[in-house]
Structures are given as C-alpha cells and as structure tokens.
Ligand binder design. Sequence first.
Ligand SMILES: O=C(O)C(=O)C[C@]1(C(=O)O)C=C[C@@H](O)C=C1
Length: 248
Amino acid sequence: MDLESVRDSLIRQEDTIVFSLIERAKFPINSWAYSPPQNGVDAFSASSFLHSFVRESEALHAKAGRYENPEENPFFPDDLPPSMVPTHDYKQVLHPAGSSINVNKTIWDIYLNKLLPLFAAEGDDGNYGLTAACDLACLQAISRRIHYGKFVAEVKFKESPEEYGPAIHDQDRAGLMKMLTFEAVEEMVKKRVEKKATVFGQEVNLSDNSKSKETYKVDPSVVSRLYEEWVMPLTKQVQVEYLLRRLD
Ligand SMILES: O=C(O)C(=O)C[C@]1(C(=O)O)C=C[C@@H](O)C=C1
C-alpha cells in the first residue's frame, strides 16, 4: 500500500458516490422517511423510518461479515450481531489506537440536513422503502470514503515518520493538518468529481440532435461542493485524529 494506491481507491470510490447520488435523485425528498423532524431534535438519536431502516440493515450486514472489513464503519456500532460468515484474514494495516475512529454521526447530519435538500426534488411519491435503500447506499459510500482517511494517514506516516513524529508528539493538530494537505490534489478531485457527475448523469440518446445535453441527473456543481465542503474536510479530520493516536 502506498500513496498512489490509496489515491487510486479514493478515485474509484468517487464513481460509487456519484452513482449512489444519481440513484437517490430518482425519488423526491420524501420527508416522511426522516420524521419526526422536530425542531431541536438531533436527527441521529430521534427515531425515524430511515433510522430504523439503517439500524436493521446494519444488523443484517454485520451478520454477513461486512464490518469485519476495516474499511467499513457502521452508523450504529452498538449491539451489532457477530458475523456468521467464514472469517477472512483482513490485512491489519491500521494502528489499533486509530482504527475505531468513527465520524458517522457528523456524516449522517450533513447528508440529511445539508446534502439531500441540494439534490432531491421537492415532493413525496410514497416510495419510502426505495428511498431509504438509496439513502443507505449514499451514506455507506460517503462514510467509506471519509474513513478511508485512516489508510491515507497510515501511508503518509509510514512514508515519512520523521516528518510527522514531532507534530504527533506535540499533539499539534494545525501542524498535522498543514502537512497532510495537498491543495493541488484537492483541486483535481473537485474537477474530476464534477466531470464524473456530468458524464455519468447525462441522458444517453442515440440521435445526435438531443436537446437534453445540458440536464444532468444530479447537478455536477453539487457533487463538487459535496467534496469541497464536506468529503475532503472530513477525510482530513479523520487523518488528523488518526495521526494524533498513531504513536499511542
Ligand atoms: O490525497 C491525499 O493526500 C489525501 O489526503 C486525500 C485528500 C482528499 O480527501 O481527497 C485530502 C487531503 C489532501 O489535501 C488531498 C486529498
């Protein structure tokens, strides 16, 4: 595992995220699935249809061994049933002190309160089950990408322990954030995800004189904004948290 291969994985995961958003955009917002959205109630702890749907899906996925994979992080980690599939010997790449970092509560809040209203149309078509299945796919894809920051951080640390060591020793968050940030890479990521949303989300017609060239299933600028405002900052936050514990 090196920086190039972890970046390749992040690039591949962009496809999953863009496709999952395109699938969710087939349905209107369907707010009933997220009720009761009472003022001041934390969307994560208040029970809603989506809450139950995700919790019960995760229990099934846990039995199927999903969370044995260190790249997967459940939204409701408490009381998950044990895996019932044959044990796979996943390579233990991560440092144990940082492997359990989980920012899914923040991801849940951002997805429901900020992202969804930007790309789901107004309205209610009653397809709550299908909508929740799409939400689950989006949440899992975004969560996997952001928590992959643990692997990015591990590789960066292994490649230059002498560079990161003093900042870890001083628990210097700002210093670590500066060291692991590559602005040129971030610019490329934003442009690439916007382009992917343009390519994957266009109507494909056999005739050349299509008039629908300018409409996309998910607004490409929303995908770029998702990465700029939430995905990359949270991936960096995971990296910082991981590195702070890297010498424990
Ligand atoms: O590619 C890296 O070096 C990463 O740390 C990943 C990532 C990202 O989230 O895409 C985050 C921070 C960097 O500034 C650039 C990109």
